[in-house]
Write a protein that binds this ligand. Structure first.
Ligand SMILES: *Cc1c(COP(=O)(O)O)cnc(C)c1O
Length: 391
């Protein structure tokens, strides 16, 4: 099918929830995608941080197709060795204690929010259910995770939103202190705000915040939906800080392209949910778990993590020599680029025309390439970026 036909069918039959780039992607290999017209693109997006191992990685494809031919779905009424493998591996790699499996980042965050409120209710009774998140955060698109998201633009239209959220300024410990009142049960943060424009939290702030939480028995919950699964060069970004979260959420890169999310609990939270209090039909689906098991067996090896950090540094250093680049932020293979001309959206559209897929976040260009991207693919992509930025 030709692009114009696909586009017109999209406009005719699909809800217009997205502003899309003018390309229909139909196949891919590694960090190269192909569109309906046979054009190739270097991919610096990995489907918004999802395809950790790139397109159609051999091991991943084998794991998924073998599982599809063995058992595609059971329900959570039965035990699954794939679920237990994924949960065990997540615990081993993070030091967390127990895992709830779901299908997306927003769902993992919903689970975290429910756990925080129930933890506090079980221990202190009602009246201590408020959750503090950060200004400029992003936590998802459900009504509750929109409420958790600390950006006014997400608080339109869909009233009434879930109550019980308050927003503290990132990197402002005095503001956080003032917001952590006696009715707060949890602090919920991204360590690098992704959709907010690749904004890292300062170590000092994070350390002080963690100490405050500990002192007041406020749960420290980290949204690692974008930063997790080796994206930043640590398996979880928080492992680069000295802190022990009570809850960690993951999704995007976990399944390497299939929908799976996870809510990880530590000592305080591992037994909060009891049978019947939370659930999902698809969560922990065997095919998604087979995909996640393959991803987890690959991306957390020390050599792999080192490679992610080195590739990140390589890209950041090369970006310094590109015109129209004003500032480069981020960690590992999560990179934000502020442009001199404040024209990131226009640059992203031009990059597509020139054969490069790249994301934006706020008014930044954002790169979340597959973790397995090769130096050759990086160089090809950066050359297109340079030509586009300097044209
Ligand atoms: C993408 C994202 C989410 C939402 O994940 P979905 O899978 O789209 O529901 C939540 N938090 C962060 C930090 C994200 O980057």
């Amino acid at each position: 099918m030709k692009f114009e036909e696909i586009k017109s069918d999209e406009q005719r039959y699909m809800v217009h929830a997205y502003g899309r780039f003018d390309a229909a992607l139909v196949s891919g290999k590694g960090a190269v995608a192909k569109d309906s017209e046979g054009r190739e693109y270097v991919d610096f997006t990995s489907g918004i941080g999802v395809n950790s191992l790139g397109y159609c990685d051999e091991g991943w494809t084998k794991a998924v197709s073998e599982q599809a031919a063995t058992l595609q779905h059971i329900s959570n009424l039965y035990y699954s060795p794939l679920q237990t493998d994924v949960a065990k591996k997540l615990c081993e790699l993070s030091g967390m204690k127990k895992v709830f499996l779901c299908n997306s980042g927003a769902e993992a965050n919903e689970c975290a929010i429910k756990i925080a409120r129930k933890y506090s209710f079980d221990k202190y009774g009602s009246g201590r259910q408020k959750i503090v998140t950060l200004v400029n955060s992003f936590h998802g698109r459900t009504v509750t995770t929109l409420a958790a998201t600390g950006q006014d633009v997400f608080h339109d239209f869909f009233f009434p939103f879930t109550e019980g959220f308050d927003y503290a300024k990132a990197n402002d410990i005095d503001d956080l202190k003032a917001k952590l009142t006696d009715d707060v049960c949890a602090l919920f943060v991204e360590l690098i705000q992704g959709e907010g424009g690749v904004m890292p939290l300062e170590k000092e702030f994070v350390t002080a915040a963690a100490a405050l939480c500990k002192e007041k028995d406020i749960l420290l919950m980290i949204d690692e939906v974008q930063t997790g699964i080796s994206r930043t060069g640590h398996f979880f970004c928080y492992q680069g800080y000295e802190l022990q979260p009570d809850v960690v959420t993951a999704a995007k890169g976990l399944g390497g392209g299939l929908p799976i999310g996870a809510c990880l609990c530590h000592d305080k939270t591992e037994n909060v949910m009891q049978p019947g209090q939370h659930g999902t039909t698809f969560g922990g689906n065997p095919i998604a778990c087979a995909a996640a098991r393959e991803v987890l067996s690959r991306v957390a090896e020390p050599a792999f993590l080192k490679d992610v950090r080195e590739k990140g540094e390589y890209i950041r250093s090369k970006l310094q020599n590109i015109g129209n680049v004003k500032e480069v932020r981020g960690q590992g293979l999560m990179i934000g680029i502020v442009t001199e001309k404040d024209n990131a959206k226009e640059m992203a559209a031009k990059c597509l025309q020139n054969g490069l897929l790249i994301l934006t976040a706020k008014n930044l260009l954002r790169m979340l390439p597959p973790l397995t991207i090769t130096y050759d693919e990086i160089d090809k992509g950066l050359a297109i970026l340079k030509n586009t930025m300097e044209a």
